[in-house]
Design a protein around this ligand. Sequence first.
Ligand SMILES: [Zn+2]
Length: 508
Amino acid sequence: MKNEETNKQEKLQTANKTHGKVKNTPQAPLVTFYETVSLRIKTELMSVRECERLKRITARDTRIIRHYLRIIFHNEDRILRKNGKVDTSLLDELTLTTSKNTQYKLRTSVPHDLKKRYPRCSVDEFQECRNKAIWTYESWKALKDNSKKELGKPCFKNKTPRTFFKGTGSRGTFQVYHKPKNAEAHLWIELRDSLDTRRSGKRNHQKLRLPLAFSPYHEKKLELDNIKILELVYKSRERKWWANFTLQYSVPSYQSTLTPAVLGIDLGIKKTAVAVLLNSTGRVIMDEIRFIVDKERQSKIWQLSRQIKDTQRKLNNSLNNGQHTKQLNSTLFRLRRRRRSITEQELGYAVNQLVGFILQLKKHYNLFISVGYPKDLQNRHRRGSGNKSLRKKVHKWCYRNFITRLKHQLAKHGFESYRVVAVNESWTSRRCSRCNSMNTTRTGQGQFKCNQCNYELDADLNGAKNIGKRLIRYVLKPKFNYIKDTLTEDYHPLRHYICFLPLGQWLK
Ligand SMILES: [Zn+2]
């Protein structure tokens, strides 16, 4: 009897688990992250009629999105909420009539009747166009509020279709099919569209099928169940259509009961990154320090920077003398693009190295990460300058890029956003990491010396230690009851950092 009962109970439990209805056991929180995969659409396999249809859908969508944008700009003060977001229901009240009662009454007439104007577009499609217009507007608005420069209104290029959403089941406006036996293409998109709507009578809508160029690389990356969003992009330079999928993943959050430790990371110019671990012993161990530097790429970047500087000088001279500058301009553009791509490569390399190191440390500590980020950037420092500290500010976009990449990579391993914090890095390179004195000097070869306690070490290492200590100070001597991320401007409540108490030795 007992055995049977326990069996029954077990069965019940497993059944409950599969339905996700277990109430007593708290489930581990999930970390979600997004990835994008782009695939080329094989338009050469599509018939003329299908290509024409794609063009017509796109053209109609672009017109509707523009229309929405115009309406948003026109009614800005009415539909904009205080937090800078657009109120979608208010926008709908301006644009769409309803056939069902919404909030006590039927909406039979609206100021801008889009349904009348675009009769062959369904409500779902209107909503997707509306969302795209709203996102465009909101991101433009955020950019405008943060920059001091004059910013033109967002313009919409031709051939910008709406963003497609994949709903559950048959809902949603697109489906993706994997057909490994199809000789032409292994992956197909099916777009549902109401372009062939007739005013009277119902009609089964034709589906537009788009074949995709699919490689083994994509097979590894593209998990069809996780696809959430599809965007079609036309690249006018190469005259090709691309499909950009956004995939959503969730992994269990990283939780640990081991002793806490903070990894301080200083991003620099000579060394791409320096990472140092501050653990509860209050002392730094040599094995737990990483200097990440790729000399080959670094020297390439220096060389390019020098060339850019020379070309800039030449350009200024010829501008002053009233000569033609077309060729110099294009050289400058090319050089800058190359520098940018090499820098991107180097960032990718450094992030990978760091993530490997962090995953090792994760086995031994309850790990938190503190990255230095220059807080205030003044626009006048943007021009290339020989001064090192100024150049550091010029490369602020590198820092932003680096930290976002690091956060994204670590999210894949379950690191929640409060574990990777960007802290203000100002004065961390000047302060002594042992006695907090500001009476310090930088000697040659990137060395650092404290005049107060005669402490000598690598300057970047000193900076990294200070950055790690700064997070510990924020937690253990709090001014507010949250930790603010200077990059994302997120506020993380202090309760996430309760385990920091053994790290108090670093504040002595
Ligand atoms: Zn000192």
